[in-house]
Design a protein around this ligand. Sequence first.
Ligand code: OAD
Length: 255
Amino acid sequence: MNHVLEEARAILADSERTVILTGAGVSAESGVPTFRGEDGLWRSYRPEELATPEAFAADPRLVWEWYGWRRETVAACRPNAGHDAIARRCMSDLGVRLVTQNVDGLHQLALDGLGAIDGEADPLELHGSLFRVRCTRCRYGSAHRGPIDASSPDTLPRCPDCTSLLRPAVVWFGEALEPQVLSRAFELASEADACIVAGTSAVVHPAASVPLVAHERGGRIIEVNPAPTPLSHLSSATLRASAAEVLPALLEATR
Ligand code: OAD
């Protein structure tokens, strides 16, 4: 492990531009359930059954109840040493950029905790945010951190502009990602000399294509994950450890 860590540090030390792609595993040690882990179920539902436009159209109350639960779970969680290490590195080195699949907002919270103000180090949130809403009909969207009353269809949050139902501003299965966010992520990947892939099963595309683009353009992949993924065989350094344990050692000692 120490030998691989040294190799990974050497890759980062040689890299002018690094992109970091994170997934749910980075927040696991903060207490946020992963999607495909054993704790990923709510009642008996899998995320794939609820995080879809069809599920929301059929039963918006149920889907909002699930999001209300997720928001409460996440609101009680704090960034861990992995989020903090990424935040410190992105703030101190503008050649390092973060792309996340996570909707939990913990990367931003870590940056806020370090006093980041200029927005340059902000993560690209590929899948949106649990703490934003948007209108199902018009262009309205805003931050939303308050409680959700999903006790009946009549109490669900409504658009202040057109009174249609509001929905979570997250990307659901079968929906396209925000084109500008996605193209910026691919741009960063295509310019990167190194790509750290941490805490993602790397099975959901297009997010999982970000490291593939970096690799195709000659960038070297560093994987941080206790379990193998479809990217493992492309990685130049594979750190089989938890993100909170290894990211501080990886990111804070290279420059
Ligand atoms: P997954 O739940 O699919 O994968 C989590 C990964 O984290 C697994 O590979 C675990 O081995 C790894 N892991 C677990 N604990 C870890 C730890 N402490 N440190 C490092 N790694 C750890 O979550 P994602 O890959 O993020 O999309 O899922 C991708 C997307 O699928 C999500 O963004 C979500 C979901 O559908 C949408 O909601 C659109």
